[in-house]
Ligand binder design. Structure first.
Ligand code: FAD
Length: 420
């Protein structure tokens, strides 16, 4: 069998794998990326948050992405009936980027992959990892190409960025049920023929249809728009009696007072894709000779668009820690990798949970707005979830619950002033 020898094998060429690869290449590491599919390929995860820009800049992927003129995302709009809450990233509490992009991932991921190839990185498409064995931290990975040919890749370290492929979690029995309730989604792209002129046409929006059910609208600069419905799995399954994804998504659009006119009858560009019970977790994020990054570790929920940001954060961090270790400096992976990532993941876990209890929606839609609270929540939504100066990061465990409780009490008092 053909044998190849590298320092680091990266499994998967999504955002996580590409950021790792670009950073390691910049630091003269001998790497190989294997990607199961042929790009461009459709994948969900189209609304980014500003924190990712730090990673694309540091990995030197920014310029190639910027040249694509993807739609700029300057904030996010949440809609509930006739209530509207708009976050503007330039008004956020923490330092950092105040814009990002909303992207068709097929083009976005392909741009990064082509940039890796341009940098001279050995990236092999249509090559699937089928087996991995470890001898201490050294590994031998068996990769199968499209013609069924097998080869061995000998690596000192593996970064598993295989997303829902979850290569090492499957092979090493690391999967763990998510702590979040089972939610599912159906999405597609449409030619946005009724797109209004100006900001309204390009604004990314999350339309609350019921407390736990929402529709995403992500306009792209190519004139298409991504539409997706998210909710408890039972609800998503009930949208179409005969489990037809097209019918289910059309029925969901009917529930949106805000968007029904713009998207009613619009042709879907591909058969809507259903992602059932999408949340994932793992027992551990690293081991001797490997680290898990992006969706092959933890995926929470799409509501705050944090998936790609965690993918690039963990991809970048795994690359840096490997480099440190390869220079003979000791790395405490538990503290420097897992605990660091968990701090950010825990903040977003609270926000996701409190979104679905309705508490966060109480804060978002409360009038009059509290600009100080908004700035602090905005920093979280921008992905700056390691800034402990922000009380909405540091005290995430109870700040939302407590504020929502007080606001609900206040509303009740207003409705019934004579009650105690
Ligand atoms: P991926 O982008 O999935 O890339 C993994 C790659 O690994 C793939 O290309 C795959 O082909 C390859 N691979 C798999 N198995 C193998 C194998 N055996 N051998 C070789 N290669 C392999 N995130 C956001 O930031 N914004 C959003 O708006 C958003 N919306 C979402 C909506 C839904 C309904 C869901 C479920 C998720 C959403 N996400 C969103 C999350 C986002 O999709 C992921 O977090 C992100 O794509 C993870 O990037 P990644 O690089 O880890 O994995």
């Amino acid at each position: 069998m053909l044998k190849e020898f590298v320092d680091v094998l990266i499994i998967g060429a999504g955002p996580s794998g590409c950021v790792s690869a670009a950073y390691l290449c910049k630091n003269n590491c001998k790497i190989k990326v294997v990607e199961k599919t042929k790009f461009p390929r459709i994948v969900v995860g189209e609304s980014l948050i500003p924190r990712v820009m730090d990673h694309f800049a540091e990995a030197e992927l920014f310029d190639s992405l910027n040249a694509m003129n993807f739609e700029k995302k300057l904030g996010a709009r949440f809609i509930r009936g006739n209530e509207i809450c708009v976050f503007d990233f330039s008004n956020k509490f923490s330092e950092g980027w105040d814009w990002t992009w909303q992207v068709p991932r097929a083009d976005f991921d392909n741009t990064m992959a082509q940039e890796l190839i341009r940098k001279g990185i050995d990236l092999e498409f249509e090559s699937e990892v089928v087996e991995v064995s470890f001898q201490g931290s050294d590994s031998i990975t068996i990769v199968k190409d499209i013609n069924g040919n097998l080869k061995e890749i000998h690596a000192k370290f593996i970064i598993d960025s295989s997303g829902y492929g979850r290569v090492l979690p499957r092979l090493l029995d690391l999967d763990k049920p998510s702590a979040l309730d089972p939610h599912s989604s159906i999405f597609t792209h449409v030619k946005d023929i009724n797109r209004p002129d100006g900001e309204e046409g390009t604004l990314i929006s999350f339309d609350v249809l019921e407390t736990e059910v929402w529709l995403w609208v992500i306009p792209f600069s190519n004139g298409n728009t991504s539409l997706g419905v998210v909710g408890p799995t039972d609800f998503i399954n009930s949208l179409s009696e005969n489990k037809n994804n097209s019918e289910a998504l059309k029925n969901a659009i009917q529930l949106s007072d805000y968007y029904i006119k713009r998207f009613q009858g619009t042709e879907f560009l591909f058969e809507p894709i259903k992602l059932e019970n999408y949340s994932r977790s793992v027992k551990k994020m690293y081991g001797d000779g490997f680290a898990l990054t992006g969706n092959s570790t933890e995926f929470l929920d799409p509501v705050f668009s944090s998936g790609v940001a965690f993918a690039t954060e963990s991809g970048m961090l795994a690359a840096k820690l490997y480099l440190k270790q390869s220079q003979g400096i000791s790395v405490d992976w538990e503290v420097e990798f897992t605990e660091y990532m968990k701090r950010g993941i825990n903040v977003f876990t609270t926000y996701v949970k409190e979104w679905y209890t309705g508490n966060l929606q109480t804060l978002f839609f409360h009038q009059p707005e509290n600009p100080d609270v908004k700035r602090k929540i905005c920093a979280v939504l921008a992905g700056y979830v390691w800034d402990e100066e922000n009380p909405f990061v540091k005290k995430h465990d109870n700040v939302i619950k407590n504020m929502a409780y007080l606001l609900n009490m206040e509303s009740k008092k207003k409705e019934n002033p004579s009650a105690n």
